[in-house]
Design a protein around this ligand. Structure first.
Ligand code: GLU
Length: 541
């Protein structure tokens, strides 16, 4: 039997690294087994699902290069669609009918408040279990008159259920883990639990792969399968991804950082409320107050606050990494190893090779720590080893999400800059920072280096001579400049370092750059001389 697996994101936000890793593992599983990779959009939460988020997730998966065999978009061919759950309501209704006919599901009318009160009144509110109750006709009539709509709940037998997890082995979930949960919401939409089971069944999914946060849900999914008399697919649950602090890595980490920055800023202003922040950001003061009280973790709000307070939020979403100038090859390789051991000596394993080696038995059972430095080191390796045309294509897709000086330079110039600066950059953003001086003349000079090389080292006095040396270069290129500089150095019995550092400072504002003749050759002679003149003036002892 051909394997079929699926990635089923809910479009309630953008794709984060955990989701991307799930997509990657599903994709690798499908490619390794010669099966099908299905993409399904789980948009049954009408209040939280947005088209923008769907578009963003599809863009991110495409950017990662994880092609799907069946799913939305142009790829939507010959598959068992539709692939948006919101377009499958009729289908779910048929299954609700089946359960109602067999009396395995029933309508329940309690409002949210009534449910909270029932929970609070139960002996152990944390383990509150809803169970079926009979309503009189009058009660039902009153609910209807009140404008209430019922939810549908599954009548769940109180039994323990064992999942033969493809990664964790046999896991028994206790009878207390599942109560008569809701399968159809009051708005007529299926809950996630119901839709996921029906779709996995109809889409002939053989292997469900998802994060361990869904392990408990599996008991509910099995209960639905039993009620409908349908077979369960195999389930495999991946380890959680933790942040370096040891907490579960989630978008909330962004809210935390934004909140801490807002608190510091409030302290600095000597105020206790956050009305000033609402004013500065244009956000609603009530929303900001809720956010600060941890009642809301909105990523959008965290981002707005971060911009206003000029703080960096931790990268968590795929788009964050793309904006930072991480290439998909590196992100995939890093995520691949985050919870799975590819064997072999090298950690740098390209996607095709990972897919060849991917087996569920080598997926880890315990949590994995997201180490950004390691990811960036991987990225640096990929930047340096990818074929130049692939790298340039990635740069174009980076320019689309982040403006850069490099986007307007000619292909030849870009290649020169890459040859010179790629050696030390771990991301496109670092590359951008390293080349910035080429596009923007320095206005400040690193004071420590000024003292060391220009004042104590005597470089300041040399700078005017060096400006004149530029006129002696017979050709204006790295070789011609090198010959001129070496000539000057030997005539004056100076080490090359003595002249290189002052020149570097004049040209870049810092004492670090590629070899001095290549650095000089990045500019026209006029520009070099103008920068030297400005530096001489600005750093006069
Ligand atoms: N829509 C669910 C999510 O985004 C999918 C869970 C599953 O794979 O069953 O987490």
């Amino acid at each position: 039997m051909i394997s079929r697996t699926r990635f089923a994101p809910s479009p309630t936000g953008s794709l984060h690294v955990g989701g991307a890793r799930t997509a990657l593992y599903c994709w690798m599983f499908a490619r390794h087994t010669g099966g099908k990779f299905v993409l399904r959009i789980e948009d049954t939460d009408r209040a939280r699902s947005t088209d923008e988020s769907t578009r963003g997730i599809l863009t991110d998966i495409r950017w990662l290069g994880l092609d799907w065999d069946e799913g939305p978009g142009e790829e939507d061919v010959d598959g068992i669609g539709p692939f948006f759950q919101s377009e499958r309501l009729e289908t779910y209704n048929g299954f609700f009918e089946q359960l109602l006919e067999k009396d395995l599901a029933y309508e329940a009318w309690e409002s949210r408040d009534e449910l909270s009160a029932m929970r609070a009144a139960s002996p152990n509110p944390r383990e509150f279990h809803y169970s079926r109750r009979a309503y009189t006709e009058d009660e039902v009539a009153a609910f209807k008159a009140d404008g209430r709509a019922p939810v549908l709940r599954l009548d769940v037998p109180r039994i323990a259920r064992t999942v033969n997890d493809s990664i964790l082995g046999a896991v028994t979930l206790s009878e207390n883990d599942v109560d008569d949960f809701v399968i159809r919401k009051a708005d007529g939409f299926p809950t996630y639990h119901f839709a996921v089971v029906i779709d996995d069944h109809l889409m002939k999914i053989t292997q469900v792969l998802r994060g361990q946060e869904h392990l408990m849900n599996t008991a509910k999914h099995m209960a639905i399968q039993t009620a409908l008399g349908i077979a369960s697919p195999s389930y495999g649950h991946f380890p959680l991804i933790m942040n370096m602090g040891g907490g579960k890595m989630s978008k909330r980490d962004k809210a935390k950082v934004a909140r801490a920055a807002a608190r510091d800023a409030a302290k600095a202003r000597g105020v206790k409320d956050y009305d000033w922040l609402a004013e500065e950001t244009g956000l609603d003061a009530g929303d900001v107050a809720l956010f600060m009280k941890k009642k809301q973790d909105g990523v959008a709000m965290a981002k707005t606050i971060a911009v206003a307070l000029d703080v960096e939020l931790p990268p968590i979403e795929v788009m964050d990494f793309r904006k930072a100038g991480v290439v998909p090859e590196a992100l995939l390789n890093y995520l691949g190893l985050l919870g799975w051991n590819p064997g072999g000596d090298s950690e740098i394993v390209p996607l095709d090779e990972m897919a060849k080696r991917f087996e569920l038995k080598n997926v880890s059972k315990s949590a994995a720590k997201f180490d950004i430095d390691k990811l960036l080191a991987f990225n640096g390796e990929y930047l340096r080893s990818l074929p130049r045309d692939v790298l340039l294509a990635h740069m174009q897709s980076w320019f689309a999400v982040r403006p850069s000086h490099l986007q307007d330079v000619s292909a030849d110039r870009l290649n020169v800059l890459l040859d010179l600066f790629l050696a030390r950059a771990r991301t496109f953003v670092e590359l951008e920072q390293a080349v910035a001086f080429v596009f923007e003349a320095p206005t400040t000079y690193v004071q420590k280096s000024v003292t060391k090389f220009l004042h104590k080292g005597g470089g300041h006095a040399l700078l005017s001579d060096l400006s004149a040396v530029m006129d002696t270069a017979t050709t204006w290129d790295a070789q011609g400049i090198q010959a001129a500089l070496e000539g000057f150095a030997s005539e004056n019995e100076l080490g090359l370092g003595k002249i290189a550092q002052p020149l570097r400072l004049a040209l870049t504002g810092t004492a670090a750059s590629p070899s001095i003749h290549e650095t000089v050759a990045l500019f026209s002679k006029d520009e070099v001389q103008a920068r030297i003149a400005r530096c001489v003036e600005a750093t006069a002892p």
